[in-house]
Design a protein around this ligand. Structure first.
Ligand code: URA
Length: 243
């Protein structure tokens, strides 16, 4: 287990998300968004992930993961699901109770709302890829700690590298902090776009936030209309122009 799992650095870095050929990734242990991960044995672990040539292989590695204490309190690892070559990838925070029970992401109340939003924007759930920053349920659905996020992030980068979506969407502030900037606030970054590794990256409110505060539904819907438009441009997905 890592002595020091993660340190948030103050400078906004824009390194690649993706595994670098033949090397531990990201370069020099610095992750996109400014996460710096330096646990002992990390290089070997990263190489193991980089050697996975499919999501199924990566999922088998994740199934045996004990990199953080969350696994001990969770029923199972909720890896992610969807089209392995999806043009659109959505990243939430972490599994809740229903996800922990069923082993699938976004299948509780927030997931039902996400399904409705996706359908309204013209996406079939099966044509996108859905996952989370952490794959094991945090106790009581608390926000994962920085250390838990840092432990799980290499899996997320590896998933992104294997799926290589054209459009990557952070659902809520945990995903935005993991993938856009460690100090990202969802109210500030939502609806904005950046380009990274050939992907258009954005953030919007987490569906659970929409359930708590319906006044966020309109801006979230505007975000999803923009996401649909980006996907149409990039891969012909969404808005009934299915890919
Ligand atoms: N919330 C998340 O962030 N992810 C899920 O899978 C379910 C609820």
């Amino acid at each position: 287990m890592a002595k020091k799992v993660a340190r948030v650095v103050g400078v906004y870095r824009q390194e690649s998300f993706l595994p670098q050929e033949g090397a531990a990734s990201p370069p020099e242990g610095v992750a996109p968004g400014g996460w710096e991960v330096q646990p002992a044995g990390e290089d070997g672990f990263r190489r193991r992930l980089a050697a996975c040539s499919s999501l199924a292989e990566l999922e088998a590695v994740a199934a045996g993961c004990r990199r953080c204490p969350l696994r001990a309190g969770a029923r199972q690892v909720v890896f992610g699901e969807g089209d392995p070559h999806a043009g659109l990838m959505l990243v939430g925070e972490g599994p809740g109770a229903t996800e922990d029970e069923l082993g699938r992401p976004f299948v509780g109340r927030a997931g039902e709302l996400l399904d409705r939003i996706l359908a309204a924007a013209g996406f079939r759930r099966g044509e996108v890829y859905i996952t989370n920053v952490v794959m094991c349920r945090p106790p009581g659905n608390r926000v994962p700690t920085d250390a838990e996020m840092a432990a799980c992030l290499p899996y997320l980068w590896a998933k992104i590298g294997l799926v290589r979506p054209r459009v990557l969407v952070c659902l809520g502030s945990t995903a935005a902090r993991a993938l856009i900037h460690p100090q990202a606030r969802i109210t500030q970054v939502r609806g904005r776009w950046l380009e990274r590794d050939g992907m258009a990256v954005t953030a919007t409110y987490h569906p659970a936030a929409l359930l708590r505060d319906p006044s966020k539904k309109r801006p979230a819907w505007e975000d999803f209309q923009a996401i649909r438009d980006r996907c149409r441009l990039a891969v012909g997905l969404g808005g009934s122009v299915s890919g």
